[in-house]
Design a protein around this ligand. Structure first.
Ligand code: SP5
Ligand code: ZN
Length: 345
């Protein structure tokens, strides 16, 4: 399979994330993408540097105000104090209910709070460059599908599905899967379906397309009553306005087994096919793996091959984007299991 691997991913390399009052080493690391790249090469997949430039497409998915903030964020952080080069910025104030989010403050950490929904998404000097390169990979893969490829994979990071129209969170800054869906629409697919199989609900992707009928969203994930991102991902979120009926959430109990997960996948796939999409984007989180350090599903590497076979049976041109997955040593073989499952079917 054609796999797009943006080498600039490595420019996003914060050292620590904030968790329960402490700084802990980041789970989302450059080693993740390297694990995937090595496994792709070893399995004989074609690993390509993305060539497309997603700049003109980005404002169709994210607000110009947010994009402007993110692109300049590190320079603004350094302008506060040159010693900040060795420090990670954190938001400290958020515009929750009753506070205004229509006026962008001048102060840096206030703007970081405006555009964040958690304190668990560390920014580093190359975050913009890495996230933008992931979007270039997504567009490159969409162009490959438009050129007749049946499937393509983006082995990019940081992930994207928690990033919404104007916010970052959950290790995500720019939403590569959303950008891929938008690109496929603009290349002529009348409807694009997004299937999100990451352990965590893709709240950013849902938010971007919630009122649209031309991009439908189906997500299997840990129940937000107990699992991150907590504030979205319930079964009663079905879309609004023209998008009513085009959003489908399948929350599952933390700890559920593979049989339960595949039964939900079957429901999600049948729902998706009922909407007659012409192309498919898969938000391929591999943090559903039994060995994942931050998640609680129980899928095995063999289950990932089965997932690939089920995706292939949908019979749609398919663009896969890497999302989460933190069992770094097994991440590459799990990704390859999905791709080989697709190609075997
Ligand atoms: C893309 C994606 O999978 N994002 C997940 C974001 C999860 N954020 C909450 C992480 C909580 C991490 N727990 C740390 C345990 C330290 N021992
Ligand atoms: Zn996840």
């Amino acid at each position: 399979m054609n796999c797009y691997f943006p080498s600039q991913h490595a420019l996003h390399a914060p050292s620590h994330e904030f968790f329960r009052g402490q700084l802990v080493p980041c789970h989302e690391t450059p080693a993740r993408a390297e694990s995937v790249q090595q496994a792709l090469l070893a399995a004989g997949h074609r690993v390509l540097e993305p060539q497309a430039d997603s700049r003109v497409l980005l404002p169709r998915v994210h607000s110009p105000r947010y994009l402007g903030f993110l692109e300049r964020a590190w320079a603004d952080w350094l302008a506060l104090d040159p010693a900040n080069a060795e420090r990670q910025p954190w938001p400290s104030t958020w515009p929750v209910r009753g506070l205004r989010d229509d006026r962008e403050p001048a102060e840096f950490s206030a703007r970081l709070g405006l555009y964040s929904f958690d304190s668990g998404t560390p920014l580093s000097s190359g975050s913009w460059a890495a996230a933008k390169a992931g979007c270039d990979a997504a567009l490159s893969a969409a162009l490959a599908l438009a050129g007749g490829e049946r499937a393509a994979f983006c082995a990019s990071r940081p992930p994207g599905h928690h990033a919404g129209p104007d916010f970052m969170g959950g290790y995500c800054f720019l939403n590569q899967a959303a950008l891929a869906a938008q690109a496929l629409r603009e290349q002529g697919a009348a409807r694009v379906a997004i299937l999100d199989v990451d352990y965590h609900h893709g709240n950013g992707t849902q938010a971007i397309f919630y009122e649209r009928a031309d991009v439908s969203f189906v997500s299997l994930h840990g129940d937000p009553r107990t699992e991150y991102p907590f504030f979205l991902g319930h079964a009663d979120e079905t879309g609004s306005g023209p998008g009513f009926g085009f959003n489908r959430n399948l929350p599952l109990p933390a700890g559920c087994d593979a049989a339960t997960w595949f039964a939900a996948l079957e429901m999600g796939c049948n729902h998706l096919l009922g909407q007659a999409p012409e192309a498919l984007v898969v938000s391929l989180g591999l943090d559903t793996y039994e060995g994942d350090p931050i998640s609680k599903f129980k899928l095995t590497t063999a289950d990932f091959a089965r997932l690939g076979e089920r995706i292939a049976a949908l019979g749609l041109p398919t663009l896969l984007v890497l999302e989460g997955g933190y069992a770094t040593a097994q991440l590459g073989s799990n990704a390859v299991a999905v791709l080989n499952g697709i190609e075997a079917a």
